[in-house]
Design a protein around this ligand. Structure first.
Ligand code: AMP
Ligand code: TRP
Length: 328
């Protein structure tokens, strides 16, 4: 049986945090040897929000290094930068011609990001999901591992693949989301009702993957907690539930076991141990990250783009032929 193909990507904007790691990257690492993989640094998505050029360049390389330090094996995974493969924006245009305004207007990420901008919201933010669909569909992707917030975009991707196939004949593979049940949504340390976000202007609300141990200790010590002193998982305890989830995912200890261990103990001791669990969990990652050589990473990315391009060009050729676009 041939391996299933996996595609996922992260935007090089803001600071990657343990939500990205526990909710996304760790699952990729776990699956990588059973599947054929494409992991992309989606820089063309990042520019839907204005980016400082120097920062964008730095963040793009940083995300690629995070992929590698997290344990993605370049032999098992094609790791590349989205803008290196021009078939992505090319196919996004074609998919945009099949997409309805209403579909894009219903995307909750668009509604969140558009906020109160009214008519002044960028067109790129609106058409963002067609580029994401292009990313996925170019590689005949079966599985898209993401956090829960991306589910709606993948539903749209499926609809577009089916619409294309209905209109032009079976051409595109219809992908499925893979969403982890625990950890799919790590919440902010400052507000357990909103997700930990890399665009949050307050660094205290997230644990960056590159935070030093003393920074992690401080952030966890200051994390918001719930009223009442018991350490219990449940809807009436969103802050402690979030911390328990992080504890579980970084230590491997089950949540009921953690509840038992901290019964009758205070938040201070719980948080102290949680901080050590996070620090220990990130240590090997941080050591690998520090040891990576930028020139070597760039070489791997160039190699990844070559491999990605070969597959993407093939899909584009098929797509154009089906649609009646005359081959060059
Ligand atoms: P983003 O940070 O929005 O670019 O997301 C990159 C990847 O990390 C996507 O797969 C997201 O679904 C996932 N992700 C982002 N934030 C979180 C979070 N707080 N908890 C779990 N997964 C997340
Ligand atoms: N939109 C995703 C996010 O913000 C990033 C992304 C772009 C992506 N293209 C993708 C994720 C393709 C999975 C597959 O997290």
């Amino acid at each position: 049986m041939s391996k299933k193909t996996v595609f996922s990507g992260i935007q090089p904007s803001g600071v990657l945090h343990i939500g990205n790691y526990l909710g996304a990257i760790q699952n990729w690492v776990r699956m990588q040897h059973e599947t054929e993989n494409y992991f992309c640094v989606v820089d063309l998505h990042a520019i839907t929000v204005r980016q400082d050029p120097a920062e964008l360049r730095e963040n793009t390389l940083r995300v690629a290094k995070i992929y590698l330090a997290a344990g993605l094996d370049p032999k098992a995974c094609t790791i590349f930068i989205q803008s290196h493969v021009k078939e992505h924006p090319e196919f996004a245009w074609i998919l945009a011609t099949l997409t309805y305004m209403g579909e894009l207007g219903r995307m909750t990420q668009f509604k969140d990001k558009a906020g109160t901008k009214g008519e002044n919201v960028g067109v790129g933010l609106f058409t963002y999901p067609t580029l994401m669909a292009a990313d996925i569909l170019l590689y005949d992707t079966h599985l898209v591992p993401v956090g829960e917030d991306q589910k709606q975009h993948i539903e749209l991707t499926r609809d577009l693949a089916l619409r294309f196939n209905n209109a032009f004949g079976a051409t595109l593979v219809v992908p499925e989301p893979v969403i982890r049940t625990v950890g799919a949504r790590i919440m902010s340390l400052g507000d357990p009702l909103s997700k930990m976000s890399k665009s949050d202007p307050r660094p205290a609300t997230y644990i960056a993957l590159t935070d030093a141990p003393e920074v992690i200790r401080k952030k966890i010590a200051r994390a918001v907690t719930d009223s009442g002193a018991d350490i219990r998982f449940g809807p009436e305890k969103p802050a402690i539930s979030n911390l328990l989830t992080i504890f579980h995912l970084t230590s491997g200890t089950s949540i009921p076991e953690l509840e038992r261990r901290y019964r009758g103990k205070g938040y201070a001791e719980f948080k102290r141990d949680l901080a050590e669990s996070v620090i220990e969990h990130l240590r090997p990652f941080q050591e690998r990250y520090a040891a990576l050589d930028d020139a070597e990473v760039l070489r791997l990315l160039a190699d990844g783009a070559d491999r990605a391009r070969a597959v993407a060009a093939c899909t584009m050729h098929r797509v154009k032929e089906r649609m009646g676009l005359v081959p060059a």
